[in-house]
Design a protein around this ligand. Sequence first.
Ligand code: Z5A
Length: 217
Amino acid sequence: MSARGLFITVEGGEGVGKSTNIAFLEEHLRGRGIDLLVTREPGGSKLGESLRHLLLQVGDEPVDPVAELLLMFAARAQHISTRIEPALAAGRWVLCDRFTDATYAYQCGGRGLEHSAVSALENLVQGQLRPDCTLLLDAPVSTGMSRARGRGDLDRFELEELAFFERVRATYLALAEGSSGRYRVIDASQSLAQVQKQLLKVCEELTACWGVRHREK
Ligand code: Z5A
């Protein structure tokens, strides 16, 4: 039986470079012979991608924050059971663009929902599943916004005010501060080359940890 794969999530505010750097990490890790599922939230499964569309579209009816929260976790439940768990169980690594830390950051930090509500859903939907490592790409909100806003139409989240994104960033940083070593905070305000240098260091750590996990099996 193969060792369980590593579950890595990438988090951060809008436009900090998650997609760009996930593509970089994917290429690097595949180059090192690692079998990898690259996926995203909300989304990742057929049902999840349909829910993503509903969550991001701009409509004429305000979305209730609890409805938003439940849709995020509905998408996550499907994603975990159809994609994430099978991949990890087969020994594949999973590299996921956002996961439950985004729910704490956006639905608690941004929208003001109770931490305990998210924590209860996290336990219900995920059981024991938590990321092995979370890469938090951190940059001032204005930096991320100016990088992301050249892309045209804005989705429902991107239309939020600056203060919303400041709360999201502060929540992410508080989560990283309070976590027991799961987070690696990457300074994403630097040039892409410098950001990727930081990421390569984390990859070294992860592949070493993976080697140990394999030997123990
Ligand atoms: N959401 C939620 O509320 N609750 C949840 O539980 C979950 C999600 C899971 C969709 O996420 C929304 O869902 C999200 C939170 C909510 N809303 N927001 N905001 P998403 O991840 O799909 O959307 P996003 O955060 O808006 O991602 P993004 O805008 O696509 O940004 P990104 O992937 O972090 O950035 P990028 O596309 O890689 O880079 C943006 C540009 O900057 C691009 O031109 C790059 O070439 C450039 N770039 C990147 N890095 C650099 C550096 N270092 N220097 C210079 N230029 C750079």
